[in-house]
Design a protein around this ligand. Structure first.
Ligand code: HEC
Ligand code: HEC
Length: 235
């Protein structure tokens, strides 16, 4: 549905920095997060708390960042030269780079053909704009209607092994990785988002009946354990 809205809506670059329309931004951020994996950005660029440089530099706070701005990453001479000319990753420049990396920065070390679909780039940018070293990868999972969970429940430290044991009831539907048959992937979420979402099903503010049923039998400790376990799984 948001795709239709988007066509009527020229994205002003300012939404990437402040005052996002929440409905628009949340659906796009979730889509952008998905694309970040399926378009393989994630295989070269880490994001989220403690993100380290990999084949590519970490991309926290990339929107509005000066090019070649991560200390300790060995950028190509081409990228460094563009940075010295004052290249900043605003919406326009990032869009041009992601569309055709080696045209926008000839001889870049980013060995990537580019993203064809302009809407995909928009979603990627909305997602990238949500990332700071403090925000967890996966905040996009929380929907505007999900109630906040009490701090003392969020603070429960989940037992990973207990979570793994409990997850045997989840794996019949949720594959270890990737989406299949409309069942969303749930690995590698930050525990807080996971707990918030499971409680949203449990208290029926999310209306999927299967998940309401499943969470109705789970206590706070069990939810914390599942969150800890799923957070610990890497792709
Ligand atoms: C095969 C590995 C690889 C893939 C896949 C990849 N990148 Fe890169 N990326 C790099 C490398 C290496 C650099 C550094 C380029 C240079 O120094 O010329 C880079 C640079 C960048 C930069 C500039 C960073 C800075 O600090 O100036 C951005 C932004 C970026 N990539 C975003 C993306 C996005 C978004 C995707 C997915 C659509 C993606 N990259 C896919 C390897 C990759
Ligand atoms: C019978 C199939 C089934 C089982 C078993 C199941 N789920 Fe789900 N789960 C789903 C479906 C379908 C959805 C999407 C529901 C929706 O659209 O709200 C979902 C959604 C979720 C979500 C939210 C995903 C998102 O992107 O918002 C989480 C988290 C989740 N399940 C966790 C679990 C856990 C943990 C278990 C095991 C305790 C489990 N599920 C067992 C079918 C299942």
């Amino acid at each position: 549905m948001f795709r239709a809205i988007k066509k009527l809506f020229i994205v002003p670059s300012v939404i990437f920095f402040a005052g996002m329309n929440p409905v628009f931004a949340d659906s796009d951020a979730a889509e952008g997060e998905r694309l970040y994996k399926t378009l393989r950005c994630a295989s070269c660029h880490a994001v989220g708390p403690g993100a380290k440089n990999r084949v590519g530099p970490q991309l926290n706070e990339i929107m509005g960042r000066a090019a070649a701005g991560i200390e300790g990453f060995r950028y190509s001479r081409a990228m460094v030269a563009r940075a010295e000319e004052g290249l900043v990753w605003d919406e326009e420049n990032l869009r041009a780079f992601l569309t055709a990396p080696s045209e926008f920065v000839p001889r870049t070390r980013m060995a990537y053909r580019g993203v064809r679909d302009d809407e995909d780039i928009t979603a990627l940018m909305v997602y990238l704009a949500t990332l700071t070293p403090e925000t967890n990868l996966g905040v996009a999972h929380i929907e505007p209607g999900d109630p906040e969970v009490a701090p003392e429940i969020l603070a429960i430290e989940g037992n990973v092994e207990f979570g793994e044991y409990l997850s045997s009831t989840c794996v019949t539907c949720h594959q270890a990785s990737g989406e299949s048959n409309g069942i969303p992937p749930i690995i590698n979420w930050p525990a807080e988002a996971f707990v918030t979402v499971l409680h949203a099903y449990k208290n029926k503010s999310r209306d999927n009946e299967v998940m309401q049923q499943i969470t109705s039998t789970l206590g706070n400790e069990e939810i914390a354990a599942l969150a800890a376990y799923y957070e610990s799984i890497q792709e």
